[in-house]
Write a protein of this length. Structure first.
Length: 241
């Protein structure tokens, strides 16, 4: 029996609160193939999720490989942070950004940054960012820009993993709230009511609110306990054409 053209198009949608609903078409009500169609759709979604997870892990490996970490403690926190932030609401726009991290000694007054980014790495990231299911689906392939965001870590807190995670999350959040393009990308991840709330906040309040939304509230509190939160010493953002 020939399958209908809509076969396998049923969608499972999970909202920001973790509630999953099934999106169907009007003709699904009387369709005799509904159960089989739903199973097929679920299989497609599982395969898509597995592909996205593999691509996410590949990109995280690229970031860790290119970034410059001095201490294993900060490097371990960075790996944990990246895995969590890509699973957060911000994850849908991160593939249009290349996050690079540089840990430098706190006592130095200047430091040379050298990130060996190959053309193949840039092409891989830009090509992956256009894949359906990630990034902004309204943008056409080839028209997206890749933002290189360099996050400088000039201090850390030995033996305090949560504070170190909070510091990294704070610096990344500051990156996205400190320039118009980053703010636009954040707004794409928010609900309508949250957008109005976010626009009324000042810079530091936005950082704390977003860290809570992205799942780093405990880390933010730990950071505030060990030191007064200060603005990053150096922030670099560059949009590639």
């Amino acid at each position: 029996m020939e399958k209908k053209t809509c076969y396998g198009t049923i969608e499972e949608i999970t909202d920001s609160h973790g509630l999953t609903t099934i999106k169907t078409r009007p003709q699904c009500r009387d369709c005799m193939e509904f159960r089989e169609c739903l199973r097929q759709s679920q299989q497609v979604m599982r395969e898509k999720k597995e592909r996205n997870e593999l691509r996410k892990q590949n990109l995280i490996a690229q970031i860790i490989d290119i970034s410059h970490m001095i201490s294993n403690e900060v490097g371990s926190c960075l790996l944990d942070f990246l895995n969590r932030i890509y699973d957060s609401p911000l994850g849908v726009v991160l593939f249009r950004n290349l996050l690079l991290f540089c840990e430098i000694p706190g006592e130095v007054s200047s430091y040379s940054l050298n990130f060996p980014i190959s053309l193949s790495t840039l092409e891989w990231i830009r090509g992956g960012g256009s894949e359906k299911g990630w990034g902004n689906p309204t943008e056409e392939k080839g028209k997206e820009e890749l933002d290189i965001r360099i996050i400088v870590i000039q201090r850390h807190f030995p033996g305090n993993r949560k504070a170190n995670m909070g510091l990294i999350a704070h610096e990344v959040t500051h990156q996205f709230t400190s320039d118009p393009k980053g703010v636009r990308q954040i707004l794409q991840t928010l609900e309508p009511a949250e957008i109005n709330q976010f626009k009324k906040m000042d810079g530091e309040k936005r950082i704390g609110w977003l860290m809570n939304k992205w799942g780093f509230q405990e880390e933010y509190e730990a950071l505030n306990q060990v030191t007064a939160v200060s603005k990053p010493r150096l922030q670099i953002s560059k949009a590639l054409p």
